[in-house]
Structure formats: structure tokens, C-alpha cells
Design a protein around this ligand. Structure first.
Ligand code: NBP
Length: 483
């Protein structure tokens, strides 16, 4: 046995991770369900490298040094269970299985505990950065059985991206499904980031009437400042690209219906399940869903009227406002994502280090951004921040952006341009900074129709009251549990 690690699943991510591992000095054994893919890989990109093919499960396992470490890069879902079942008969206690796909964190929890019964160490790791990241340095978010970390940590850290100060964007996240949870939240934040960039683009296009090349220049300028990030950079590039055939901006020829693979939905479901407000992330998922209703929208556009407005203000001033609105909205979606990880840590008993997580995302992944350094610093200063919004740096940032943010959302509303992420972020901010919300009325309504009881401002918390609102109700109250 000569291979340091094995990898199963030679699709785009798997192949690139193998090449990355090999380039860092590791010998890698590979396997794929469709065996022809192994031969193609060995004869192609893997040629002349320390990459060995195992055509059967038994042959593959025999190539691995002990303790064996097998990384699984197959489609999330039952394919992961099939792959685990295929290899476990050949493994021994202490061997390590690493699922590097986008698995649901609850599946990872289940697999980790089932494999622990057989003495196998299971690691569920998020791997972000797409094809290019996998090859040159992804962000890696491993969690599961910590006993696996001393063995797999050096390999995963060797292939990971690095922050500007040289720290690998890979560190142990926590037990069970913690790694996959953090990766899921990364993707939820990515949905929100992309939606917000889309809203800024929509406003520039339909309110200011800018052309694609003009917008490309704006995004390129923004990329040099506080919004500096991979997604802003590629947006500038995308808007500059022309179609080979028509010579028109390619973006104008792309149908406005967004696809999704489910990780944004999972993030929103987790937020609902854990009771953590993450509406901006959920709005980004719903925005993709409404974009998919193309035919309905086209029909509706002919009958549902919007406002007739034209922009007569100062375009540069509006663009300056827009940059701040995007920045402040982004702060809110990250605050929601980090709060969601906090909720999960409490629920599942994970000890998550948020400052470290911000740095795991600093490079190598789709949401990489200079702004993550500020989040990192905020949590290093105060690891127990209840919300990112309360960090002094972000208090100042939202305060400086507040007026511009409100002008942009107002302008969008008056112009009939949908800004679900900007406006939900602003509502989140306003709700979070409100000492008094209207939920007193809501509790009264619940007590009125369902005897759900309420707490009083002039009585200790936890003491519940019921009122016979109509004079016709009884004194029996419902129980006060919350779900
Ligand atoms: P895919 O998600 O397209 O999966 C293809 C691989 O899964 C092939 O190797 C295929 O084998 C294997 N497979 C399938 Br499908 N069903 C199987 C089964 N029942 N048993 C064994 N193998 C099975 O590949 P990918 O795009 O490289 O992504 C791999 C993982 O990484 C996914 O979980 C994905 O969500 C995640 N991810 C992807 C990206 C990205 O940018 N693409 C980024 C980050 C994470 P075959 O060749 O025999 O069909």
C-alpha cells in the first residue's frame, strides 16, 4: 500500500482535488463507479503523476496506507450512502471516511454516529470554491470525528487556500455535522450576496439606465473598496463580456430564470427549524423561485401596473448610495448567517469559533471578500458577540450607511423595482435595533382568539396572563410552549 489518501468520485470536483493533493506531494488512489472514468483520468490529466487507479473497491482499498483515509466526492444524497456501503466491508476500525460533497448536515450527523458504531471515523467536510478552487486551493470546512483530524488535517490544510497572512482556509470546525452546517450557511450567504448584487444591477439598469459596460466599470470600482470580493469581481467581468455572435453584452442575452441546487433552501429551512431570523437569506431563495416563473411574470407584466417614474437625480450620488446600501445589506445577511451558526451550535452542542470560520471563508471560496477580515477581527475582539451588528466596527459601518441605504430602498419601492434582499436586510436591521416591536399586539391577538396568554411589561418575565377579552370567554388558558 502506497497511497496517502484515496478519492472516490472522479467528476469535476473529485478530479481537481486529486490533482491538487498530488501537487502537494501526496500519492492518491482513485476510484469511480463508472470504471471507464478511472481509465480516462489515468490516461489523461493524471498521467505521469503519483495517482493510482483502483478499479474495484477491494483493489482501491488495498492501495491505501493505514489508517486508510478515503475522500468521497460523489453527488450528495443516496450516492454517499451507496459509496460508504461499498467500502466499509474492506475497512478496519480507525480508518477514515471523508465526505467532501454538499451533504445535508443531518445526513452527516446520522452517518457519523452509524460509522462510529463500527469504529470508523467519519468526517463531513464542506469544500467550496468550485472547480477552480478544488484544483488550486479551496476553502475546506471539516467536522465529525475529531480523532481523524491529526491524520487528515495536514493533507486538507496542504490543499486549502490561504489567507493573506498565510493561514490555511481549513481548520477543524466541530463535531458531527458542524462542517457541513458551516458550508451550508456559506452557500446561504452566497445566495444572499448574489441576490444583492443582482438588485444593485437591476437598479443601475432600470432606474439609472446604465449600459452593461458602464455597470462593469462601477463594479470594478467597487471591487477596490469595502465591497472587494470574488463575486463583485466576476460581476464586473461578466458585464464586460460581449456575445461572439451578436456583439451584444452577453448578460443581456441570458434568460432571467435562476436555478438552484438546494443549499440555500436548506439554510432557510434550518433557520426556520432553529427559530433564527435569517429572512434575507430566505428572500434570496424566494427571489430565485419567482425568477423561475418566467411565463407567469411575462403575462403579469402585461396586466399589473407599476409606477411610472423617471430618474432625475444625480446618478453618481445614487451610485454612492447604492454601494453603501449593498454593503449594509451584506453586513445584515452575514449577521444572520453567523447567528444561524450560533443557534445550531447551541442546539447541537458544537463549539464553533466564528472568528476562525470567517477566516476559513477569506480565500478559496465563492464568498471570499476583504470584508471577512473585519468579521474575523470582530469575533477575535469579542468571541461571544450576540450579533455581528453589535461589533463596534459594524455599528459604525451601518450607522454611516443608514441614510444611503434608506434612500436606495425608498427609490426602489417608488420605482417599482423589487429589492427583496436590500429591503429585508433593512427591516432586519430596524427590527434588531428596536427596543419595542409591535408583538405586544400580536400576543394580545393570540390571547384573544386562542387563550395563548401573554407576559406583562409590569410583571416578571415568565409570568403569564390571560384576559377574557369579550366577557364571553372562560378563564382556561392554553399552554405557553413555543416551537
Ligand atoms: P456530481 O455531483 O455531478 O457527481 C458525480 C459523481 O457522483 C460521479 O463520480 C458519479 O459517478 C458519482 N455517483 C453518482 Br451521480 N451516483 C453514484 C452512486 N450511486 N454511487 C457511486 N457514485 C455515484 O459531481 P461534482 O460536481 O464533482 O460534485 C461532487 C460533490 O461536490 C457534490 O456533492 C457537489 O454538491 C459538491 N460540490 C460541487 C461543487 C461544484 O462546483 N461542482 C462545488 C462544491 C461542492 P459516475 O461517474 O459513475 O456517474
Amino acid at each position: 500500500a502506497t497511497a496517502d489518501i484515496g478519492l472516490v468520485g472522479l467528476a469535476v470536483m473529485g478530479e481537481n482535488l486529486v490533482l491538487n493533493l498530488e501537487s502537494r506531494g501526496f500519492t492518491v488512489a482513485v476510484h469511480n463507479r463508472t470504471v471507464a472514468r478511472i481509465d480516462d483520468f489515468l490516461a489523461g490529466r493524471a498521467q505521469g503523476r503519483r495517482i493510482l487507479g483502483g478499479r474495484s473497491a477491494e483493489e482501491f482499498v488495498a492501495l491505501l496506507k493505514k489508517p486508510r483515509a478515503i475522500m468521497i466526492m460523489v453527488r450528495a444524497g443516496s450516492a454517499v450512502d451507496d459509496t460508504i456501503e461499498l467500502f466499509t466491508p474492506y475497512l478496519e476500525p480507525g480508518d477514515i471516511l471523508i465526505d467532501g460533497g454538499n451533504s445535508h448536515y443531518l445526513d452527516t450527523e446520522r452517518r457519523a454516529s452509524r460509522l462510529a458504531d463500527r469504529g470508523l471515523l467519519f468526517v463531513g467536510t464542506g469544500v467550496s470554491g468550485g472547480e477552480e478552487g478544488a484544483l488550486n486551493g479551496p476553502s475546506v470546512m471539516p467536522g465529525g470525528h475529531e480523532a481523524a483530524w491529526p491524520h487528515v488535517g495536514p493533507m486538507l490544510q496542504a490543499i486549502a487556500a490561504r489567507t493573506p497572512d498565510g493561514t490555511p482556509c481549513c481548520d477543524w470546525v466541530g463535531a458531527g455535522g458542524a462542517g457541513h452546517f458551516v458550508k451550508m450557511v456559506h452557500n446561504g450567504i452566497e445566495y444572499a450576496d448574489m441576490q444583492m448584487i443582482g438588485e444593485a444591477y437591476h437598479l443601475m439598469r432600470d432606474v439609472l439606465g446604465l449600459s452593461a459596460p458602464e455597470m462593469s466599470d462601477v463594479f470594478a470600482r467597487w471591487n477596490t473598496g469595502r465591497l472587494g470580493s470574488y463575486l463583485i469581481e466576476i460581476t464586473a467581468n461578466i458585464l464586460a463580456k460581449t456575445d461572439d455572435v451578436t456583439g451584444l453584452p452577453l448578460v443581456d442575452l441570458i434568460l432571467d430564470t435562476a436555478g438552484q441546487k438546494g443549499t440555500g433552501k436548506w439554510t432557510s429551512e434550518a433557520a426556520l427549524t432553529l427559530g433564527v431570523p435569517a429572512a434575507t437569506i430566505a428572500e434570496a431563495v424566494f427571489a430565485r423561485a419567482i425568477s423561475a416563473l418566467k411565463d407567469e411574470r411575462v403575462a403579469a407584466s402585461r396586466v399589473l401596473e407599476g409606477p411610472a417614474t423617471s430618474f432625475e437625480g444625480d446618478k453618481d450620488a445614487f451610485l454612492a448610495d447604492l454601494e453603501l446600501a449593498l454593503y449594509a445589506s451584506k453586513i445584515c445577511s452575514y449577521a444572520q448567517g453567523f447567528a444561524l451558526m450560533g443557534g445550531a451550535a447551541r442546539e447541537y452542542g458544537w463549539r464553533l469559533d466564528f472568528g476562525r470560520i470567517a477566516h476559513l471563508w477569506r480565500e478559496g471560496c465563492i464568498i471570499r471578500a476583504v470584508f471577512l477580515d473585519d468579521i474575523h477581527e470582530a469575533y477575535m475582539e469579542e468571541p461571544r458577540l450576540p450579533s455581528l451588528l453589535l461589533a463596534p466596527f459594524f455599528q459604525r459601518a451601518t450607522s454611516e450607511a443608514s441614510a444611503a441605504w434608506r434612500r436606495v430602498v425608498s427609490r426602489a419601492v417608488l420605482s417599482g423595482v423589487p429589492v427583496p434582499a436590500f429591503s429585508s436586510a433593512l427591516s432586519y436591521f430596524d427590527a434588531y435595533r428596536s427596543a419595542k416591536l409591535p408583538a405586544n399586539l400580536l400576543q394580545a391577538q393570540r390571547d384573544y382568539f386562542g387563550a395563548h396568554q401573554y407576559e406583562r411589561t409590569d410583571a416578571p418575565r415568565g409570568q403569564f396572563f390571560h384576559t377574557d377579552w369579550t366577557g364571553e370567554g372562560g378563564v382556561t388558558a392554553s399552554s405557553t410552549y413555543n416551537v
